[in-house]
Design a protein around this ligand. Sequence first.
Ligand code: NAD
Length: 522
Amino acid sequence: MTIPTQSPATQQNHDLAAQLRDSRLKPGLKHFIGGQWVAGQAGRTFDAHSPVDNSLLVQVAEGDAGDINRAAQAAHDAFQTWREVGGAERRKILHRIADLIEKRSQEIAVLESLDTGQAIRFMKSAAARGAENFRFYADRAPAAGDGQSLPTTGFLNYSLRQPIGPVGVITPWNTPFMLSTWKIAPALAAGCTVVHKPAEWSPVSATLLAEIMDEAGLPKGVHNLVHGFGETAGKSLTEHPLIKAVAFVGETTTGSHIMRQGADTLKRVHFELGGKNPVVVFDDADLDKALDAVVFMIYSLNGERCTSSSRVLIQQGIYDEFTKRIAARAANIRVGDPLDPDTEVGPLVHPRHFQKVMSYFDKAREEGATIAEGGVRVGDTGNFVRPTLFTGARNDMAIAQEEIFGPVLTAIPFQDEAEALRLANDVAYGLAGYLWTNDLTRAHRFAHGLEAGMIWVNSENVRHLPTPFGGVKNSGIGRDGGDYSFEFYMETKNIAISLGTHKTARLGAGAPPAVTAKEVEG
Ligand code: NAD
């Protein structure tokens, strides 16, 4: 499609993009291992493309088992000193990283848009959120190791937390910069060192993040970056014996692979996986607000969003009117140049993903649903699709069960609360759920019954960083956020100190020993 560059702000973004392509991308992307920018040991590279027109964006070092080994060794060596760096010092460095992210947020946003196709208006906020993630964990670094005091008769027990060791972080392509900070900031605050393997479809912002962390004074080897494919570099990372845990964000099936790959080395895993999240709209809800939230949660971020509300369950009496209103809003959404600040939906990340999303338009027709809006591509180049609404769908259709991960919404009617809960829970996933009702008791009751890790009542996804983030069922294992992230990146140790008053059973001393119940545990 021809992309007009009308507004001065759009022009400015394009000028910056041209400059960055020349200065930052033309030389290609390297790995960052042990504080050095290095090519892959085997000298191979792969191409990353721009989703706007699928032209070559950048050549990237292709990591393999050898590169992962170098990075894991560097992370292992650096761990011996980083774990001893005090929380106050870690706090300072993490704040400096946040400062630099803020300073370079325009550059991050423009490159992220170019690389992923996400609209710049969202990528600016995502960069800001990346800085917030670092600040949040910077302030928690000094207390990360704190434990509990658990005294008992004759003993003082106290627990403390220590960093688990070098960890692997594997991220997807949908909002790569923000998601990487989500994982890396708590790992560093905890005292872990990191090997990061970003998604092969969106390698650019991980490179910026590595650069920023280096510039902020993070000691060499504490953060390492290896580009490459999941089946090679990613797999090696999950199998490496020096890597103690793997924090993974991506597809459910990849999570299963990683669990298998990490079994021999008993990896601790943390999985944030797919979703098919319901938004349930009852007829007593504030329907204007519900409409805004439903539209936002499926069409923002190109619908390439794990917490997108991709199934809307609507009470029968308001179904026709409400779906008409969604369709009208979807039809009005501005699809186009991701660098235009007015754009609401940009191109999908990759032709393969574009084909996957498009295939659901055919599937919807075959299954007997109605395409009430969209269901077509936009233009004839690039990966642009029209925001789409399927109506007349049933919950057992593929369009209601499978994660499409695009700007595609499936609407299903329900009669009453019991049916809504049954439909909402009748999927393999359980990441997020959204509920719209003004009936207070129903809101609590429904939220308790909904099988999801996170539920928002009368709201879209508005995240508070101390709260737990994660899913149930096929949507994940473990929680991020606040102290929950430290539970993953740290080992809890208990230390029991005798006050010298307890008696030890005297085996071999002649008399039958009196053994207490407390002495025979474990
Ligand atoms: P993906 O699983 O294909 O890839 C994610 C990462 O895993 C990439 O870096 C990839 O190279 C790597 N990988 C692939 N195979 C691997 C293997 N065998 N071993 C080790 N690493 C491997 O996912 P994607 O297509 O990049 O991202 C989209 C998915 O991510 C969607 O399912 C989405 O729901 C999910 N996601 C979940 C959350 C969440 O918080 N739950 C957030 C964002 C995205």
